[in-house]
Ligand binder design. Structure first.
Ligand SMILES: Nc1ncnc2c1ncn2[C@@H]1O[C@H](COP(=O)(O)OP(=O)(O)OP(=O)(O)O)[C@@H](O)[C@H]1O
Ligand SMILES: [Mg+2]
Length: 260
């Protein structure tokens, strides 16, 4: 990916810069209306932090963006192209969306290096040598070069999560989704993962990050999206959100997470 540093802020809003667009998105699980008329546009290079109470639909939103979850109505487009329901075109579009989960989800029976090579070979059709070179350079970028020949279980949680980030980046995604990437980590490992994400943000990656790490939200996010009960209740700058939340739901949520 390009290593051009961009400072936090000012992705110019406008249709050309819209990378991920959700329009009128609805999703039910049975009687539960988990995404309620979601409208959200994420610009190229923008870092959006999604926060909200448990069950508010944050993970479902991420999963809908790369079609791990089908939606009932509305539209989702990535880089101007609507997300197809299935088939080869879906696989291609999905490859444009990198995803990192709370549980690291590495392939247990493969070395770290193989984990980062696999998608490049299978999906991006790179040859082995090229895939290995890129994998090694990404492992270096996330600071786990020395672990390349180990298996995931031999790594710490923080190291595994950094490998998961490298694996996602190996696909050259246009946007990266992070769903609580540090929630399963011991406290001392949280920062090493957040630092990799901070650097990625500075490098200009478009990112959607579900997290309770308010320090990260404050320092890396261009925008905070606050969800409750399947709806976007507030979306504003981190400063505005943390110092002056407008809705009672956000005030209540912030008082709980900031004082526990
Ligand atoms: N596969 C599923 N089948 C049925 N209900 C589901 C399914 N996945 C999620 N839900 C429900 O949808 C709602 C939204 O879930 P989601 O996981 O998106 O919330 P969340 O905001 O990510 O919560 P958390 O902070 O706990 O991760 C919850 O009520 C959840 O129980
Ligand atoms: Mg979740």
């Amino acid at each position: 990916m390009s290593g051009v540093a961009v400072t936090k802020g000012n992705p110019t809003p406008g249709t050309n810069d819209a990378l991920v667009v959700l329009k009128g998105v609805n999703k039910h699980f049975g009687a539960l209306h988990v995404l309620q008329d979601i409208n959200l546009t994420i610009s190229r290079g923008e870092v959006v932090v999604v926060i909200g109470p448990s069950g508010s639909g944050k993970s479902t939103l991420c999963r809908a963006i790369n079609r791990l979850e089908a939606i009932d109505s509305g539209e989702i487009a990535i880089d101007g192209r609507p997300l197809p329901a299935e088939g080869r075109e879906l696989a291609a579009l999905r490859a444009d969306v990198g995803m990192v989960f709370q549980s690291f989800n590495l392939f247990a029976h493969m070395t770290v290096l193989r984990n980062v090579m696999l998608g490049q070979i299978k999906v991006r059709k790179k040859d082995k040598k090229e895939a290995e070179e890129r994998a090694r350079s990404l492992l270096e970028r996330v600071g786990v070069t020395t672990q390349a020949d180990k298996y995931p279980a031999q790594l710490s949680g923080g190291q595994q999560q950094r490998v998961a980030i490298a694996r996602a980046l190996a696909m050259e995604p246009k946007v990266m989704l992070f769903d609580e990437p540090t929630s399963a980590l011991d406290p001392e490992m949280i920062n090493e993962v957040l630092e990799v994400m901070q650097q990625l943000a500075r490098d200009g990656m478009t990112m959607v990050v579900v997290t309770h790490e308010m320090g990260f939200a404050r320092s890396a996010a261009n925008r905070v999206v606050f969800m409750a009960d399947g709806r976007i209740v507030e979306e504003t700058t981190p400063d505005q959100f943390f110092t002056n939340p407008r809705s009672d739901r956000a005030k209540d949520f912030l008082s709980k997470i900031l004082h526990h």
